[in-house]
Design a protein around this ligand. Structure first.
Ligand code: F6P
Length: 553
């Protein structure tokens, strides 16, 4: 891997600094003076229409950002990723989530192996399994059909499947529910299993490494719950435990040997590969629970959506390439306009877990302080990503976005077609909802001047509190409807935005060493909570452990 180019050493960076210093944001003036702004700064990527015109950018800023991309070699790094080069240097791995959605007729040889063939072999097995569960052909040990699928996994082995299960709720098969257990807080397993019948419940243990403490602990809890429940109901007579586990447990992992050690029949295990990062894995077999819920056909549509966005990212010239433009804009906001955070505000209740999903994707990828050659980064990196669906956010935190002192770039996402078209008398409620989407971005961009506040007859002393400065940057993302394909496109869009930012900063967006220390210390501390000697702990840690011991009955 060539050494990363220090972005701050480029001519474009220096120019961007000058542009930032001279910037006097004036979205009202910019729109008034330039009737073509909205059209020129709106882009199409697959089924998405992305309007960047309400961003804090001028043509010159955009042009200079594109020069920055050029100077740091963004496109050659992108091409290296698509080719399967080991761009994840700290783990010496290819980064090939894009291969998970290549069509079956494609070929891509990586490290001497046609990965597309491997991907489609596993996909076919996942699809067969999904069909068996959906049709009732796959039964539990008592011969009853499966009614609930419980995915056990955490991080990338949970957030993607949950988010997509929620997002695609209208496509689920009635009578077949998915639930998700992730947290090692025993409450999660206890509450999720409540009311379930072991005879009709199937568990999917999803773990790339099959070594994650949370997932393996929860998997053991679920296995014990299953066997105890079946035994109590007399359902195990004539069967041994292994038979029951084989009917009620399947696994998804890259570590199939560990799956077998756990007692899951390797026949019922779906593999994937070390070139799929955990947070980039929901379109691999990690999405098995989703494939069961929405069916193979819809799952394949979602993969096609991912692929359409991949193709856009791979082959569209940078000046029209939406993930590149959005990624570069995020660099602009972060490094030149001092934005610390980035809000994602879906005007779609079904996307209520999308911000949480993006938090792992973006922050685990770009929350790095060293570059891929081990040298320190030369500028700020990953923003804090957060969000909630509109309009709930409007009644909670939008005050700060509208009138606070910080720059908070926000992505607004909406769909023309509602998932559930309801009317309130004569009013189409979706229209009312989308009116909010449009109104918010307008208010954020153009604000309300003191003059306009006065025109409403406001008492002079109240005017300042009612002024909206405007010039608060947003991007508006619209699509016809939240279909499986559009969901795939949206996810891939953010994957490639994340890639673009990481490439500019020169970081390896595909490792996650920052989660290791806490995991390691938790293993050390567990015996101390149970009563071990705490004398060599720091005083704060000792006091926390003492408190726990005194209060635990
Ligand atoms: O939090 C670290 C991490 O490795 C994530 O990257 C990953 O998605 C999660 O843990 C779960 O890992 P696994 O799928 O191996 O259980």
């Amino acid at each position: 891997m060539p050494a990363p180019v220090d972005p701050t050493s480029t001519g474009a960076w220096a120019r961007l600094r000058e542009l930032a210093d001279a910037l006097e944001p004036d979205l009202r003036g910019w729109f008034a003076a330039d009737p073509g702004r909205a059209e020129r700064l709106a882009f199409t990527a697959a089924d998405l229409r992305v309007d960047l015109s309400k961003g804090l950018l001028t043509d010159e800023i955009l042009q200079t950002l594109l020069e920055l991309a050029d100077e740091v070699g963004l496109e050659s790094r992108r091409d290296a990723m698509f080719r399967g080069e080991h761009i994840n240097v700290t783990e010496d791995r290819a980064v090939l989530h894009t291969a998970l959605r290549l069509p079956a007729e494609a070929t891509l040889e990586v490290d001497g192996q046609d990965v597309v063939k491997d991907v489609h072999e596993v996909l076919q097995r996942v699809y067969r399994f999904a069909d068996q569960v959906r049709s009732g052909e796959w039964t539990g040990i008592t011969g009853q059909r499966i009614e609930t699928v419980v995915n056990i996994g955490i991080g990338g082995s949970d957030l993607g499947p949950v988010m997509a299960y929620e997002a695609l709720a209208p496509y689920r098969q009635p009578g077949l529910e998915c639930r998700f257990i992730s947290n090692i807080d025993p409450t999660d397993a206890a509450v999720t299993l409540e009311g379930l019948d072991p005879a009709t419940t199937l568990f999917i243990v999803s773990s790339k490494t099959f070594g994650t403490l949370e997932t393996l602990t929860n998997a053991r809890l679920c296995r014990a719950w299953l066997l105890e429940g079946l035994r109590t109901a007399g359902a195990l007579e004539g069967h041994d435990d292994a038979e029951a586990v084989a009917r009620h447990f399947v696994a998804v992992s890259t570590a199939l040997d560990k799956v077998a050690d756990f007692g899951i029949d390797p026949e019922n295990a779906f593999g994937f590969w070390d070139w799929v990062g955990g947070r980039y894995s929901m379109d691999s077999a990690i999405g098995t629970s989703l494939a069961v819920a929405i069916g193979p056909e819809r799952f394949a549509e979602m993969l096609a959506g991912f692929h359409a966005m991949d193709e856009h990212f791979r082959s569209t010239p940078a000046e029209q390439n939406v993930p590149i433009l959005m990624g570069l804009l995020n660099v602009w906001y972060t490094n030149f306009l001092d934005a610390q955070t980035h809000a994602v505000l879906p005007y779609a209740q079904l996307l209520h877990r999308f911000p949480a999903y993006l938090q792992q994707l973006t922050m685990e990828s770009n929350g790095k302080g060293v570059r891929w050659d081990g040298t320190p980064v030369t500028t700020d990196t990953g923003e804090v990503w957060w969000g909630e669906p509109g309009t709930n956010g409007q009644h909670a935190f939008y005050q700060l976005i509208h009138q606070g002192t910080r720059v908070i770039p926000a992505d607004f996402i909406a769909f023309a077609e509602p998932a559930y078209p309801l009317r309130d008398g004569a009013t189409d409620v979706h229209e009312l909802f989308l009116a909010n989407f449009v109104a918010q971005t307008r208010a954020l961009a153009f604000g309300k001047t003191a003059e306009e506040v006065r025109e409403e007859g406001t008492a002079e002393e109240l005017v300042p509190a009612r002024v909206f400065t405007g010039n608060r940057p947003t991007a508006s993302l619209l699509a016809p409807a939240l279909t499986p394909s559009v969901l795939g496109q949206l996810i891939a869009l953010y994957e490639h935005i994340t890639f673009t930012q990481g490439a500019v900063w020169g970081i390896d967006s595909f490792d996650q060493w920052g989660v290791e220390l806490g995991k390691q210390l938790a293993q050390e501390i567990a015996p101390l909570l149970a009563g071990g000697d705490t004398s060599d702990q720091d005083s704060s840690t000792r006091a926390l452990i003492d408190y726990y011991r005194r209060h635990r009955r």
